[in-house]
Design a protein around this ligand. Sequence first.
Ligand SMILES: Cc1ncc(COP(=O)(O)O)c(C=O)c1O
Length: 354
Amino acid sequence: MKAAALSALENEMMVMGESVFKFEEEFAQYCGTKYAISTASGTAALSVTFQALSIGHGSEVITTPFSFIATANSIIHAGADPVFADVEDGGMNLSPSRTRAKIRSKTKALMPVHLYGHPSRIDEFHDIAAESGLSLIEDACQAHGAEFKGKKVGSIGDAGCFSFYPAKNMTVGGDGGMITTNNEELADAARSIRDCGRDKNSKYYHGRIGFTSRLNTVNAAIGRIQLKRLEAWNQARRRLSERYRKELENVRGIILPPLEASIEKAVYHLFVIRTKVRDQVKNSLTENGIETGIHYPRPIHLQTPYRQKYGYAEGAFPVSESLSNEVLSLPMYPTLADEELVRVCEALKKILVA
Ligand SMILES: Cc1ncc(COP(=O)(O)O)c(C=O)c1O
């Protein structure tokens, strides 16, 4: 990665260099889409996509309140309004039936999130979107390489959006994002919007109000190397998640992540358990030198700007709200050693029987 970054710095344009286009081509090929358009972040990928689809002022996009805040922010950045539907009972992804119940004349798109690398019920969303004439955007920011019915996520909806923030399953050595699509018109519009609204092949003629939201060349060069390793890393995450399940299957007081259906392939961006005594468990693990995370301690509708802008209060989305109180992300990264994983599980078992 260092060599690739240095070579890009020495030999290419810093912005829109050759590596950017190669990375886009390779990422599209990996996802099985015709086009991929890189951006400065996952948030930018989402927001540029909405703008490329002319989803803005007066439009609504239905999405989940149980995600990273950028999922909903991106809709507001585009000028539209997010409308939340709760997640499935017993799951963590957006519920198709609750989504259907929120559709009204202002609704222009549905945006499920493949949370923690676990594919959402994308074929049901596909049917609902088709029935109602809506766009379907996949927030695949946590799910690089995950599959549904043999297709990579990001290749099923009208567009898929990815983040390369360093904590993700692959990174570009900093912030970055990618839009995947089979729609040529959407691809052309997104390419223009992320690049100051420029017309194709022109420098100072602008057909759109765009942004400076490109992926830097050095980051693209790093991304190309990371992409080659993604499958192996995902494989390691899947193996580790199996080991976690085996070690923790009979432990009382915790709920393991939902099992994959045979048509799904999850990539375990995170391995998230649920427990009613989450905060005690987290503190005790910390005392044992084990770092854990909470994704996310507050659902989006209860974050201050959403309370202020839309008037949300506790109780609006009960499933998401209880998840926020119960979820705990255990250590998960491709180089986690089996002995370390076992140590985490042993500590967890001790805390739960204490
Ligand atoms: C589900 C989800 N959506 C959107 C984003 C936004 O991506 P970024 O941080 O690259 O802007 C992230 C990640 O941070 C995410 O996890």
